[in-house]
Design a protein. Sequence first.
Length: 253
Amino acid sequence: MFNLQGKVALITGARRGMGRTHALALAAQGAKVVITDVDLDECELVANEVASLGGEKVCYKLDVSNKEEVERVFDEVIKQFGRLDILVNNAGIYAPKPFLEMSEEEWDRTIDINLKGEFLCAQRAAKEMAKNKWGRIINIASIASGGVGVGIAGGSHYTASKGGIIGMTETLAIELAPFGINVNAVAPGAIDTPMVGAANLPKEVMDAMLAGVPLKRIGRPEEVSAAVVFLASDEASYITGSTIYVDGGWLAA
């Protein structure tokens, strides 16, 4: 099951955290994996790990909010592999700031990377996938995306972007279904990643958050990657427009 041999996958924001584990998990199932991120040096480190699993070393610098860079990188991928089958829209930032102190520039930067970046990459990927009548677009959202009772103080820009991702995912699933493209979202809860660490959440805040998680622990990036691999596979062929929450039972509590 979950055999991805012959498939070409591109992961954004793949230099660390969940992006890195998504790349390694897809490569372990046989996919040819393209590593992209804003830091090329760190991309190459992950590409080396992919190569150690028997894959090719392929990495590109990519600012997902820059349409010209998106077009250039996708052009290179198609030139090298002739196709694109799987897109994991993982790139994102979280720079907390109280709502009343947030600048327009801080709002725009988060929306541009987290939401517009997923739009730009999904649109270009879908144009390539449509040629082969098969594709998987997996958008990484968040448990804090609206409608489920989870907000993040200081994260109005972040939660707005993640809610937009889920709304976009549902619409793209409808529009792209005739082209054989499935579009889904994965919404992680509390996951042990460098981005979470960089947020410097006070211990009491983290403890209070985990107290509401039935499994009583923070999640591992690999546990989110398992959902990504499933959605990328033929075993998920009848799943589109869905959001899978990987949250340790947080929403069930």
